[in-house]
Design a protein around this ligand. Structure first.
Ligand code: ZN
Length: 168
């Protein structure tokens, strides 16, 4: 039997089969149902949060050439654009860990720095957005606890944008 290990988006605490804006909340439920006798779809590492997985990877960053977390269809000269939500979230953590230089070959760090304020705003927005994502909350709390530079103006703009999302 062949298998495909699909990296889970959410830890078990975020898994449910109810109404959702992200089908990943049901990965451990749906993937076995989509499997066949010959091909198993497996949600891997659902016991870990996205932040736990990020920190575990950063402790031993291997196979950088295969680290592709970017959501941009055209990330530019690098395999990871450095400014989309996923790149931004990852690099904010790397920056807080003091390891951002490790990723200079595969992320556009200059683009990250140019869009850092927007990434903080976006992360704050998603934490308070009606489409709540526990991964974003975990990351923002971690960054705050690490004493990361989270500009007040970016956090305020994120909160306002999230409040607007709740009015619609
Ligand atoms: Zn990206």
């Amino acid at each position: 039997m062949e298998s495909y290990l699909y990296s889970s988006t959410f830890a078990y605490s975020g898994i449910h089969g109810g109404t959702t804006w992200d089908s990943a909340t049901a990965d451990p439920i749906l993937l076995p149902a989509l499997s066949t006798r010959d091909f198993a779809l497996i949600s891997s590492n659902s016991a870990m949060s996205r932040l736990d997985k990020t920190l575990a990877y950063m402790a031993t960053p291997i196979h950088l050439e295969h680290l592709d977390i970017c959501t941009e269809s055209d990330p530019g000269a690098f395999q990871n654009c450095g400014r989309c939500g996923k790149c931004g979230r990852f690099l904010l953590i790397a920056e807080a860990e003091g390891t951002i230089g490790t990723y200079a070959e595969i992320f556009d760090i200059a683009r990250f720095r140019a869009s850092r304020w927007k990434n903080v705003r976006q992360l704050t927005k998603l934490v308070h957005h009606r489409k709540y994502n526990p991964n974003d909350r975990d990351h923002l709390v971690y960054l705050r606890d690490k004493g990361a530079d989270l500009p007040l103006s970016a956090r305020a703009a994120g909160r306002l944008s999230a409040a607007w999302s709740r009015l619609r």
